[in-house]
Design a protein around this ligand. Structure first.
Ligand SMILES: [Zn+2]
Length: 442
């Protein structure tokens, strides 16, 4: 088995790995880069809209993989793409691949992709989905590759790591993971019962090199949120990813325990309902009696759903949960409202917010974006405090990375999805740093 990391040896985001055995080839993840391919110290700001796959390949956005990209006549198609989890920097290039290439992924990942399609433009359509299940080995089509997936604790729902076997070799790819989230038990299970005889480990190191890494548990965060809710007698706004299911559960639990109401928007409602898990708060008859979950029909999302008949059911299910600005305005202190920059006017319509706070429950780096800066300035003129400490990372701490490496005890470790590959040399004696695009034996 041979390996080419097309992108990811020196950067976070845009992961794309090719594995080769005889004439068979499979791809692990097809991520949109976060960094500019021409200058990896800069963020990617290029507008990709309207560009052909040839232009995107020439720009280095699409790595040079034969038989992968639609519209390029460059040999037979790859046999499959395996997708670790539904974050753009791991799946964002799927929309450029040839039709007919099967996509292997978890059912949970597919549900999130399908539900987010109309909200995140342009979305992806997975036509030939092959489902992967926790610890169940599966042959990849007619190829020599067998994949055994491991469900991982990560901020993306449905995230998996992959053990890939072919030609008597065993490669383990972690995807993105952590050990302090609501699925921490899966991390513990993997450390306690790891796959053995790993020839090469590809492991993510997002947090290495950052001294401000936050790895409190979601449970600890829940307690901190309750404290903050009590500290502010007025409206609580929360900036959070609508796809971070762990965090939404944490917010819901904090509201329930402190007698408050979590007010989500229709995007979040669609994602939560799309998980099809009765244990996760969602608009559905089984949650109708829940006094702690309501939905604000902000215009932007209501219009998106009305235009897409496949979301009629989400609208119908959401209706009994509908809350108005007036209702929130009568008792702002009881409400914790999911906040989007683009809907500020609609929160203004709530009226007097009282002693209010915006809880920024995402990676702090996003606060530097100009759109958020403009919003922050407007919020400050209203006397709103902005709290940025009520968050915990979606990625593993150094201690958890180290524990997983020791459990898997690979013959060779290759860092991926990191700006600090060298930092792994402290954690394992056999580290081999690879370069993007260079073939290696597994
Ligand atoms: Zn991720």
């Amino acid at each position: 088995m041979n390996l080419i990391i097309h992108r990811g040896t020196q950067e976070i985001g845009g992961t794309l790995i090719e594995l080769l055995s005889g004439k068979s080839r499979i791809i692990l993840d097809a991520g949109l880069p976060l960094m500019d391919p021409g200058d990896k110290t800069k963020k990617l700001t290029l507008n990709l809209r309207g560009k052909t796959t040839k232009q995107l390949r020439d720009l280095g956005i699409l790595p040079a993989v034969r038989g992968l990209w639609a519209g390029l006549d460059d040999g037979p198609s790859v046999d499959a793409v395996l997708l670790s989890h539904p974050h753009q920097d791991h799946y964002g290039l799927l929309r450029y691949i040839r039709s007919g290439i099967p996509i292997y992924l978890s059912a949970d990942t597919l549900r999130i992709l399908n539900r987010s399609n109309v909200f995140i433009k342009p979305g992806v359509q997975v036509r030939d989905a092959q489902f992967l299940n926790h610890r169940k080995p599966k042959r990849v089509g007619e190829t020599p590759f067998t994949v055994t997936p491991y469900t991982m604790d990560h901020s993306a729902y449905g995230a998996m790591a992959f053990l890939i076997e072919a030609d008597g070799k065993r490669l383990f790819y972690t995807g993105d993971f952590r050990g302090h989230g609501r699925k921490a038990a899966l991390f513990e299970e993997l450390c306690a019962e790891p796959p053995r005889r790993i020839d090469r480990l590809l492991i993510e190191g997002t947090t290495l090199g950052s001294d401000s890494h936050d790895d409190k548990t979601e449970g600890q965060l829940e307690n901190e949120l309750i404290k903050a809710f009590r500290q502010y007698s007025g409206l609580k706004l929360v900036s959070v990813s609508g796809q971070n299911i762990d965090r939404l559960v944490t917010l819901y639990r904090a509201c329930k325990r402190s007698g408050r109401v979590l007010v989500i928007d229709l995007y979040t409602a669609a994602i939560l309902e799309g998980t099809k898990r009765s244990s996760i708060p969602h608009p559905g008859p089984d949650w109708r009696d829940a006094k702690h979950l309501r939905i604000l029909f902000t215009k932007k999302y209501e219009q998106i759903l009305q235009k897409n008949p496949s979301y009629d059911e989400v609208l119908d299910l959401s209706e009994p949960f509908r809350i108005t600005q007036d209702e929130i305005g009568r008792d702002p202190g009881r409400h914790v409202v999911i906040f989007r920059d683009s809907c500020l006017d609609e929160y203004t319509a709530i009226g007097d917010w009282g002693k209010a706070a915006l809880i920024y429950s995402q990676w702090k780096g996003y606060m530097d974006e100009p759109a958020f800066q403009r919003t922050a300035a407007k919020l400050k003129t209203r006397g709103v405090d902005i709290l940025s400490h009520l968050h915990t990372s979606g990625h593993a701490s150094k201690a958890h990375i180290s524990r997983l490496i020791e459990a898997l005890a690979p013959k060779v470790l290759t860092p991926i999805h990191t700006f600090h590959a060298d930092a792994f040399k402290e954690l394992w004696p056999k580290v081999e740093l690879l370069e993007d695009g260079m073939p290696h034996e597994v």
